[in-house]
Design a protein around this ligand. Structure first.
Ligand SMILES: [Zn+2]
Length: 817
């Protein structure tokens, strides 16, 4: 699964709280035992196969017809009843065994018990057919969508199983630690397509509609069962003999190939890196509306319908850079080998988040790889700062970026060959099966002979990361450099109030680091094992004062670093160090030395001359605080071939201000080919040019761009001020544009009561989705002190009963805050 990262949502984050994206689940144990086995569910059968037949979909009543044939094997003697998970809205109309004997059943909540005609013995196969009238609460298991007058949004249905919602639309065993094969027989309206897992085995048109039968003939966990029903066109591609199909709305046909055609190459690279050939009969990618991002349903990934237009590729769209390779990686990590329980979910998500960086390394080299993980590092710190949890823990909040970074660290530690041999061993030992965190440790041990128990303890089972405070001293007489390395991280997290469990942070992380010392006669390199709270490292035979000192050359350790150095060392490192994490760290140090000419020169050189755009962009950003000294450099960097550098330049120009900044900003706003650059120009001009502000914002709000980058930039400006000039303009956009409700909320938060009046009025909008947006804005983007009185005042005047009930529920929820 993948949702847009915080960075990708930056525009929206300015407008709304992201609280709704955060995991609300409680903390669990930091103990290895709890991570590996304690959360695995027990059951007394082995689910083997389900034939799932669905049809008669009704978008008004959210209903459908269902018939299910289940085959399982009893795993206890005297097996007289089958316990399945079944959504409480599914109405069971009949259960029969293969002899046609009607079987009894009983319900309690989401549990369905079927009583067999006679008890089965241990190892006996049991089969029964279950007919039901299906119905869902919209968004649980199945999501039914109607256009409601909105563009780019055909009528459709999509399923979402992970973690445990597939039982809301067909009775099954809804936990990852059992695997089955299945058939999906879906009868849909004649002009629609049904996409599901595995191989399409038949496609028949009858008076009832179109019946498409898919067969998943390799076992997978039930949360990976998928069904999409929509008017879609199929764009066919292949990897060898494997069909690689892209299902999109007809209007998106032209955008599908440029976006998705990277897929066969990604399949080839992943197959080669892992040593395990793509394991499924097909790979389908299907786009749907209102989806949170992507979901790796086995052999049939579901993706949000944000297909980039040609210009959007100038801004390296998240969709192609992260989302497609992330979900594809899950076909090995998550689908072929599946976490045994949700406490080990990082095995799914950490690997899926790790693999795109490896793909980009293979395709475009070291810098893009560093770039990828540097972004993960920023996310990791932010999440860790918010709440510190280990990787292997139930509801761990940091499994994506920390998982990716720890796996990268493991790769650096083991080296390329040993790492991939370990991964291959892990995938082969647990293929079509489940795994725990300790199984991965064992696979490394089996493949390399090295027991990384200590690594697992500090990086998987405990929380936190090392924070190094380094001091360097050169002794000319002794011709030696002495480094004092302290680990300053603290272990202060308190026990969870409900479980009593506490996540510890190691006071000492054990890790090898490389120290590189620049000298006039070449570099001196030392490998050192860090294994103490404080240690001293002496490097001899340094003939003269070093030209630079790199602590953790190659950035092999996930860390924070504090290391005071002369500017000249930093300047040399920035010029010479290929590692992007190290460069970013150096740039951060230089950025603080705003009265130091050497720092300004080093940044200027990097801004205009660095060999990778990210370094140039970061140097530009740092130069903003050097004020007027920056201007000549910004004049140059606005012409950079990289849109990201031009974005950084415009941000800096907004800070620096002045007539020339306005001139450049205006030009870029009107003429730059990149949406992100034009969006940055909006923000820069709003800062630098109060006179033109209104005209620019008006034009920006009317500008169409991929993912509304330009309009969102204007919204960001508007929501950050108390200026209500644009209140009515923004309000008029609400029916077309969810972000508009967050702008109203933002203005309301700043004291514009009229904005809150307008927001409340949308609770009575004739469109269901607008009412939902307005209510979500009250719940997620306003403090309870503002939202509660408004909702209470509006409550009685709300016409629609469903909305009135939702508002009442929101009021209760807000009262608890
Ligand atoms: Zn994922």
């Amino acid at each position: 699964m993948r949702i847009p990262s915080l960075a990708a949502l930056a525009a929206l984050a300015a407008l709304a709280s992201l609280a709704s994206l955060a995991s609300p689940l409680p903390a669990q144990s930091n103990a290895e035992r709890m991570a590996n086995g304690a959360y695995t569910r027990s059951h007394d059968y082995d689910l083997v196969h389900q034939r799932i037949e669905v049809g008669d979909f009704n978008w008004d009543s959210l209903s459908f017809s269902g018939k299910l044939v289940t085959t399982l094997v009893a795993r206890r003697p005297g097996f007289d009843s089958v316990i399945l998970d079944a959504g409480h809205l599914l109405q069971i109309t009949g259960v029969t065994d293969p002899a046609g004997v009607s079987l009894g059943s009983a319900r309690s909540g989401d549990t369905l018990v079927i009583r067999l005609a006679k008890p089965a013995g241990f190892g006996d196969t049991v089969r029964f057919t279950l007919a039901y009238a299906g119905k869902v609460e919209n968004g649980r298991g199945l999501t039914f969508l109607d256009p409601e007058g909105r563009p780019h949004r055909p009528r459709q249905i999509w399923s979402q199983g992970e973690d445990d919602n597939n039982h809301d639309w067909f009775p099954t065993y809804d936990f990852p630690n059992d695997r089955m094969t299945w058939e999906m027989v879906a009868t849909v309206p004649a002009s629609f397509t049904a996409v599901s897992n595995g191989r399409l085995v038949s496609d028949v048109r009858t008076a009832r509609g179109r019946t498409m039968t898919w067969r998943q003939d390799k076992p997978a966990s039930t949360y990976l069962v998928s069904l999409i029903v929509a008017p879609l066109v199929k764009i066919h591609d292949t990897w060898g003999t494997v069909p690689v199909d892209y299902y999109v709305y007809r209007e998106d046909s032209a955008r599908a190939w440029p976006l998705f055609h990277v897929t066969p190459d990604m399949i080839a690279v992943y197959s080669r890196l892992t040593g395990v050939r793509y394991p499924w009969a097909q790979y389908a990618q299907t786009t749907v509306a209102d989806f949170f991002g992507g979901m790796e349903n086995v052999s049939a990934t579901t993706l949000v319908d944000w297909l980039p237009d040609p210009a959007a590729y100038l801004d390296r769209p998240w969709y192609q850079y992260i989302l497609i390779p992330h979900e594809l990686a899950h076909q090995w990590f998550g689908d072929l080998v599946t976490t045994e329980n949700w406490a080990n979910m990082w095995l799914n998500e950490g690997f899926a988040e790790f693999m795109p960086g490896q793909y980009w390394q293979v395709k475009q080299g070291r810098h893009l790889e560093d770039d990828y993980y540097l972004d993960e590092y920023r996310q990791f710190l932010q999440i860790d700062d918010d709440r510190r949890m280990p990787l292997a823990a139930r509801a761990s909040n940091n499994i994506y970026p920390k998982g990716a970074l720890v796996l990268r660290m493991l790769e650096r530690y083991l080296g390329n060959q040993r790492f991939w041999a370990s991964v291959k061993r892990y995938l082969e030992q647990h293929a079509y099966d489940n795994a725990t965190t300790d199984d991965l440790r064992q696979a490394v041990l089996d493949a390399t002979g090295e027991n990384l128990d200590w690594f697992w303890d500090q990086w998987m089972y405990q929380a936190g990361y090392p924070e190094f405070a380094v001091q360097a001293g050169y002794d000319a007489a002794a011709r030696s450099l002495t480094l004092t390395v302290k680990q300053t991280q603290v272990d202060t997290s308190t026990a969870d109030s409900t479980t009593g469990l506490r996540y510890s942070t190691p006071l000492v992380f054990r890790m090898p680091v490389t120290i590189r010392v620049g000298t006039a006669s070449g570099d001196v390199v030392r490998n050192v094992m860090l294994d103490a709270r404080e240690q001293t490292i002496r490097i001899d035979s340094i003939a003269a004062e070093p030209t630079m000192v790199i602590f953790d050359d190659g950035n092999r350790v996930l860390k924070k670093l504090s290391f005071e150095q002369p500017t000249s060392w930093l300047a040399t490192q920035l010029q010479r160090d290929p590692d992007l994490w190290n460069r970013q760290w150096v740039i951060d140090q230089l950025a603080k030395r705003t009265t130091d000419d050497l720092a300004a020169q080093a940044l200027a050189a990097a801004a205009t001359g660095a060999d990778y755009f990210l370094t140039r962009a970061q140097a530009v950003t740092a130069l903003a605080s050097f004020s007027q000294q920056a201007m000549p450099i910004l004049e140059a960097t606005i012409g950079d071939t990289s849109a990201a550098v031009r974005v950084a330049t415009l941000d800096a120009l907004g800070e620096v201000g002045g007539a020339r900044a306005v001139e450049i900003g205006t030009d870029r706003f009107h003429h730059d080919p990149s949406y992100e650059v034009r969006a940055a120009a909006v923000a820069a001009l709003a800062k630098a040019d109060p006179a033109q502000r209104q005209a620019i914002l008006t034009e920006a709000i009317a500008s169409e761009s991929y993912q509304d980058a330009i309009r969102n930039a204007a919204y960001g400006v508007i929501a950050r001020t108390t200026d209500t000039t644009f209140l009515e303009v923004v309000n008029a956009r609400v029916p077309m544009d969810e972000n508009a409700v967050y702008v109203l909320a933002g203005m309301g938060r700043k004291g514009a009561t009229r904005a809150l009046d307008l927001l409340a009025s949308h609770l009575n909008d004739e469109r269901h989705y607008v009412r939902g947006w307005a209510l979500n804005a009250f719940r997620n983007a306003l403090p309870a002190s503002l939202a509660l009185p408004r909702l209470q005042a509006a409550q009685d005047s709300i016409q629609d009963p469903e909305t009135r009930a939702a508002v009442a529920a929101a009021i209760e929820e807000l009262k608890k805050k």
